[in-house]
Design a protein around this ligand. Structure first.
Ligand code: SAM
Ligand code: SF4
Length: 362
C-alpha cells in the first residue's frame, strides 16, 4: 500500500527524502503503527532480536555548565549536589556484572578539572580489573578536550555518548547560553575527536523542545546519518521548573505528542541507519510506564537500567517525574526481563552488544 511504498523508498534511498521523513515524524495512528512495525523488521533483519543492557550509574550531579533545559545545571541552587564514592560506583558495577549485563554506562554532570579527569581514569582501570575485562564501558561526561577523551579511551572506555541536543545551530543557542563554554562548534568538534580516537560514538537530540520545528527534527536525523554515528540515544524533552526554559511550557506540544514523535524518530532512524545501536531513553518511561518497551518494539535495541545506589537517585532529576527514583536497582531487574520478553526480544546477557555499524564502517 501507499505507506509501505513510502517506507520502502526511505529504506532504499541513497539520500532519504526530507518530505517523507517529515510526514512520518508526526504521523496519525495508522501510519504510526506501520512505521513502527516496519522499523522493527529492519532491526530484526540487520541485527537480531537481542536487547542489550547497559547498567547506568549517574555518579555525580555536579556540573559546571548551564544548559537551559537541565535540572542539574550549575545555576540551580535547589539541588543537593552529590558524588557517589568510588567504592559505591564499583559496587554498582559489580552488581551489573553479577546480573550479567554486558555493559555499564558512567554518566555525570560535566567537569574538566584535573582531579575529575584523574578520578575517572582510575575508575575505568579499576572497573576493567574487577570485571576481568568482561564488561563494556560507555561514558557520558560531556565535552572534554582531545587529550582527556584519549586518556579515558586508553584507560578502558570504548563508547562515548554526547548528544548534539539539536543540530540546528540557531536552536542550539536558544537552549544554551551563548558563550565559550556552550559553543556549538566545540560540541561538533568533540564528536569528531571521539570518532578520531576510535570510540564508538553516540549522539542524540531532545524531541519537543520549545522553538523546535518538525523540519529541525528531520535535519537532526540527517545529521546523524551524515555524521555516520554509531549509536543514538534520543528522548522527549521534559520541562523542569527550576530551569530557564520552563517559562515556555505553555508553548510545548502535549507530552503525549512528544512521546509519539520520539517513537517515530527512533523508527525513522532505524530505517535510514539499520545497523546502529539505538537506546530506548529513560525519559520515555517518565511519560508512559511502558515507554521504553514501546521503543524496543519500534526499532530501539539498547536499554539502560539504572544501577545508581538508591539514595542518590532523587538528586539526579533532569526533568519532572523521573521514573524509579525511589527504588533500589535490584527491584527493577526481575520485571525488566519479563517486559522485554513481551516485546518479542530477548536480553543479550553477557554480551557487550557493540554497535554493528561501528565494525561495519571500519
Ligand atoms: N553532562 C553530560 C552531557 O550533558 O552530555 C551527561 C549528562 S546529561 C544530564 C545527559 C542528557 O540529559 C543530555 O544530553 C540531555 O539531552 C538530557 N537532558 C537534560 N535535561 C533534560 C530534560 N529536561 N529533558 C530531557 N532530557 C534532558
Ligand atoms: Fe550539565 Fe549535562 Fe545538564 Fe548540561 S545537560 S547542565 S552539561 S548535566
Amino acid at each position: 500500500d501507499h505507506i509501505t511504498k513510502q517506507l520502502d523508498r526511505l529504506y532504499n534511498a541513497q539520500a532519504p527524502e526530507t518530505g517523507i521523513i517529515k510526514n512520518f515524524i508526526k504521523a496519525e495512528t495508522e501510519a504510526n503503527t506501520q512505521l513502527r512495525s516496519y522499523a522493527n523488521n529492519v532491526k530484526q533483519n540487520h541485527l537480531d532480536n537481542y536487547v542489550y543492557f547497559r547498567g547506568l550509574t549517574e555518579f555525580s550531579n555536579k556540573c559546571s555548565k548551564n544548559c537551559y533545559y537541565c535540572g542539574i545545571r550549575a545555576g540551580n541552587k535547589n539541588v543537593d549536589r552529590y558524588d557517589v564514592t568510588d567504592e559505591d560506583i564499583l559496587d554498582a558495577v559489580r552488581f551489573a556484572h553479577e546480573q550479567n549485563y554486558g555493559s555499564v554506562v558512567l554518566q555525570a554532570g560535566e567537569r574538566s578539572d584535573k582531579h575529575f579527569v584523574e578520578r575517572v581514569d582510575k575508575l575505568l582501570r579499576k572497573i576493567k580489573q574487577i570485571t576481568n575485562d568482561e564488561i563494556g564501558i560507555t561514558i557520558s561526561l560531556g565535552e572534554q578536550n582531545y587529550e582527556t577523551f584519549k586518556r579515558w579511551f586508553e584507560s578502558g572506555a570504548h563508547r562515548y555518548l554526547l548528544r548534539i541536543e539539536s543540530s540546528n545551530k540557531i536552536l542550539y543557542y536558544k537552549i544554551h547560553p551563548k558563550n565559550e563554554k556552550h559553543s556549538y562548534e566545540h560540541r561538533i568538534q568533540a564528536l569528531y575527536d571521539l570518532k578520531d580516537i576510535g570510540y564508538q560514538t553516540g549522539t542524540g537530540v531532545m524531541i519537543g523542545l520549545p522553538f523546535q520545528t518538525r523540519k529541525d527534527l528531520v535535519e537532526d536525523l540527517l545529521f546523524m546519518r551524515r555524521f555516520d554515528i554509531d549509536m543514538v540515544g534520543m528522548g522527549p524533552y521534559i520541562e523542569h521548573q527550576d530551569t530557564p526554559l520552563y517559562k515556555y511550557r505553555n508553548q510545548l506540544l502535549p507530552q503525549q505528542d512528544r512521546f509519539e514523535m520520539t517513537l517515530n524518530m527512533i523508527s525513522l532512524l532505524r530505517i535510514i541507519m539499520p545497523d546502529i545501536n539505538i537506546a530506548s531513553a529513560t525519559a520515555l518511561q517518565a511519560l508512559d510506564p511502558m515507554g521504553r518497551e514501546k521503543a524496543l518494539k519500534a526499532g530501539a535495541n539498547v536499554i539502560m537500567p539504572n544501577v545508581t545506589p538508591g539514595m542518590y537517585r532523587n538528586s539526579y532529576k533532569l526533568y519532572e517525574n523521573k521514573p524509579c527514583t525511589d527504588e533500589e536497582a535490584a527491584d527493577c531487574v526481575s520485571c525488566l526481563e519479563m517486559r522485554i520478553g513481551l516485546t518479542g526480544n530477548q536480553v543479550g546477557y553477557g554480551k557487550w552488544g557493540d554497535s554493528r555499524h561501528y565494525h561495519n564502517r571500519r
